[in-house]
Write a protein that binds this ligand. Structure first.
Ligand code: KG4
Ligand code: ZN
Length: 351
């Protein structure tokens, strides 16, 4: 296998990595979280400035940690989008400069495709004979849930993708971050919301599940953000926004968001069941008995993106797959990136 140097500067993290096939030799991420915290989100021109500062040391460290050198590197992979234009530019310019200097070819990579394939990365310690064949996994359904994207993508084979559903407004992580900001949790709020949700009492607050009356696989999170804003301001007015209500709110928000993803996932799996209808309605599902569902062609779920680090999201998805197995007899495996670092933005997934 040939070594690739990969670069990602799509948003607020400057990252470089060296990979050997699906094996990750190094994965350096220089985070800008502390810098953007004050703005409650990513400030593009500041991100560009920081990328410029960080990119050379990040690349040098990635090569050093991988115990390699330029003579062993065959190509440079770089994110070309989607992302913040000023931020992306830094990575692309650096890739061009290095490609010219060291006479390497450039591989342009789509950031969402990289998140979708991130569960396929393999630990350096894994033995060759333990590496399973990819063919058995396909077709798969990639679920990319991050701060910028929320998408369901059917993968027939690597490079053949069909987007079958996506958010029509905010991304899932964006919604969590915006609600977190209202609760003064800092940026990004997702990890802290997960921590707080563990101390929350179930059922204290409930929010309506969006998009359940739409016969498609799309998602929507902006209505939840508005409901949460109204509730939070109401609690503040009544002087009831204390530690425990914050925990209860965190749990309610997280549950609502993840249940929406689960709801659409269940419908995607069951839609393969109906010859005459693409979208199974509530009645159909309610009356579906054990063993009655026709097994879908989907063999695996690949979960990627920053929010994929959330254990509760993984559990919610596993619950859907368990229920589906009872209905159809088919076991669908959930694959997640092998480390949390691989969920958020990183260059190894680009490689
Ligand atoms: O993939 P990513 O690093 O950047 C994008 O491509 O958008 O995702 C960042 C998002 C943020 O919204 C962050 O709050 C969320 O992922 N996130 C989490 C968790 N860790 C990161 N959301 C929920 N639970 C987590 N543990
Ligand atoms: Zn990303």
């Amino acid at each position: 296998m040939k070594k690739i140097l990969a670069i990602d500067t799509s948003c607020d993290d400057s990252s470089a990595s060296v990979v050997d096939g699906r094996m990750i030799l190094s994965n350096i991420v220089a985070s800008q979280n502390q810098i953007h915290k004050a703005y409650g989100g990513v400030f593009p021109t500041l991100a560009k400035q920081e990328h410029k500062k960080n990119i050379d040391p990040t690349i040098n460290l990635a090569i050093k940690q991988a115990r390699t050198n330029w003579s062993e590197i065959d190509a440079i992979a770089v994110t070309i989008g989607p992302g913040l234009a000023p931020a992306l530019e830094v990575g692309v310019e650096k890739a061009k400069e290095l490609a010219k200097k060291y006479k390497k070819k450039i591989i342009a990579v789509n950031h969402i495709e990289a998140h979708a394939l991130s569960p396929l990365a393999i630990k350096l310690s894994k033995k060759k004979k333990e590496i399973e064949q990819l063919e058995k996994s396909l077709p798969s359904l990639a679920i990319v849930i991050s701060g910028g994207h929320s998408e369901f993508i059917l993968v027939d084979k690597i490079g053949h993708y069909q987007k079958i559903g996506q958010t029509i407004d905010d991304a899932c992580g964006e919604c969590l971050d915006k609600v977190g900001r209202l609760l003064n949790l800092g940026y990004p709020a997702g990890p802290l919301l997960e921590k707080f949700a563990k101390k929350g009492q179930a059922g204290k607050f409930t929010f309506p599940k969006a998009m359940t009356s739409q016969a498609n696989f799309d998602l929507s999170f902006s209505g939840l953000k508005t409901s949460a804003r109204n509730l939070i301001s109401d609690l503040e007015k009544r002087d009831q926004l204390n530690k425990q209500t914050t925990y209860d709110l965190a749990l309610a928000i997280q549950t609502t968001v993840f249940e929406q993803i689960a709801y659409k996932l269940e419908r995607i799996l069951l839609s393969q069941n109906l010859a005459q209808k693409l979208y199974p309605n509530r009645d159909f599902i309610k009356h579906l008995k054990k063993g009655q569902a026709i097994p879908t062609k989907i063999n695996e779920i690949w979960l990627g993106g920053g929010v994929a680090a959330n254990i509760s999201l993984r559990k919610t998805i596993r619950k859907v797959l368990h229920k589906y197995q009872q209905l159809s007899g088919k076991k669908i495996v959930l694959k997640v990136p092998y480390s949390k670092k691989l969920c958020g933005d990183n260059a190894a997934m680009i490689g």
